[in-house]
Design a protein around this ligand. Structure first.
Ligand code: GDD
Ligand code: MG
Length: 322
């Protein structure tokens, strides 16, 4: 089975982090976002992941070289010469996506985090016999997403409306699809949107089905959502009783400290903190509450940092950041 991850997009809403690193390579829970996805795909038997890229290809290529052998899965790139949107990249990678068995393939937006119940999705897809499946989740503010109106019992999608201006419903496209190869016949090789041009057509043919996602979900494309995504991820680790979470008298709540972090002195972490810094935080008053610290940041004594994403190679000497 194969999968394509939509990696392109400039990640403008996450600048300045995305000026130097593509959005999928930004850490969430101390590992690049895209690794969460590739590991989930591998765990259910996906053998090849195609990364659809149009921005910062060098950074992605470096990641590929490092990861392919470490992860034990084939990862290839499909490079666009102009941004092809969310459907055009599928047409570009058509030959790579189709295999002899004619099996369906996964497509993922690269900026979504959840528990990836992909096995369940395969069962759902086989059972309904339609052409395409997507995962949906309920949100309070649906207007910034693709909204799905569906039959509750069967999951058959009646309407798909991308970023509606008026209220349509509160179940939204979670950015995870399982598609039959026939969907590729609906997509032309040009800049085009799967949400605006392809899904509404499949829904009109009554061949689009939606499965309600269990557990947490977040699109981390905005700084605030990125921090919320980390919190939800840490909470899910807590609920699973994961041993990855840190413990000790200096830990408050859900905290994840990478083994590469260097921590000195009596600093306090949490609640809700992901930390991958080479941190030299000394002194009893140092507190990190709800931040996300990236590799090679340095935080010195008498610093208090809350609700912040600390970038790479940052040197925070003292004082507060809220
Ligand atoms: N290769 C490639 N080329 N990828 C692209 C391009 C492109 O031209 N444009 C966007 N992408 C990728 C992005 O990197 C991201 O992984 C995905 O396509 C979706 O783009 P976003 O820019 O993040 O879209 P969105 O968040 O506004 O909306 C989408 O995601 C929502 C869920 O998070 C839509 O799919 C909505 O329907 C959905 O609800
Ligand atoms: Mg997004």
């Amino acid at each position: 089975m194969k999968a394509l991850i939509l990696v392109g997009g400039f990640g403008t809403r996450l600048r300045p982090l995305t000026l130097t690193v593509p959005k999928p390579l930004i850490d969430l829970g101390n590992k690049p976002m895209i690794l969460h996805q590739i590991e989930a795909l591998k765990s259910i038997g996906v053998t090849e992941v195609i990364l659809a890229i149009n921005y910062q290809p060098e950074a992605m290529a470096r990641f590929l070289n490092d990861s392919e052998s470490k992860l034990g899965i084939k990862i290839t790139c499909s490079q666009e010469t102009e941004p092809l949107g969310t459907a055009g990249p599928l047409a570009l990678a058509k030959d790579k996506l189709i295999d002899e068995s004619g099996s369906p393939f996964f497509v993922l937006n690269s900026d979504v985090i959840c528990e990836f119940p992909l096995e369940k999705m395969i069962k759902f897809h086989k059972a309904h016999g339609g052409e395409a499946s997507l995962m949906v989740t309920k949100v309070d503010e649906p207007s910034k997403y693709g909204v799905v109106v569906m039959e509750e019992t069967t999951g058959k999608v009646e309407r798909f409306v991308e970023k509606p201006k008026t209220f349509v419903g509160n179940k939204i496209n979670a950015g995870i699809y399982l598609l039959n190869p026939s969907v590729l016949d609906r997509i032309e090789l040009r800049p085009t949107s799967i949400e605006r041009e392809v899904f509404p057509n499949i829904a009109a043919d009554r061949k689009l089905y939606a499965m309600v996602l269990t557990g947490f979900w977040m699109d981390i494309g905005l700084p605030r959502d990125y921090i919320t995504g980390l919190e939800l991820y840490l909470e899910a680790l807590r609920n699973k009783g994961s041993s990855k979470l840190s413990s000790g008298s200096h830990i408050r709540g859900n905290v994840l400290i990478d083994e590469s972090a260097v921590i000195e002195g009596g600093c306090v972490f949490g609640p809700r903190c992901g930390n991958r810094t080479r941190m030299r935080s000394r002194g009893r008053s140092d507190t990190l509450a709800r931040p996300l610290c990236n590799a090679r940041a340095r935080i010195n004594k008498h610093a208090r940092i809350s609700n912040r994403i600390i970038g790479w190679n940052k040197d925070k000497r003292s004082g507060s950041l809220h």
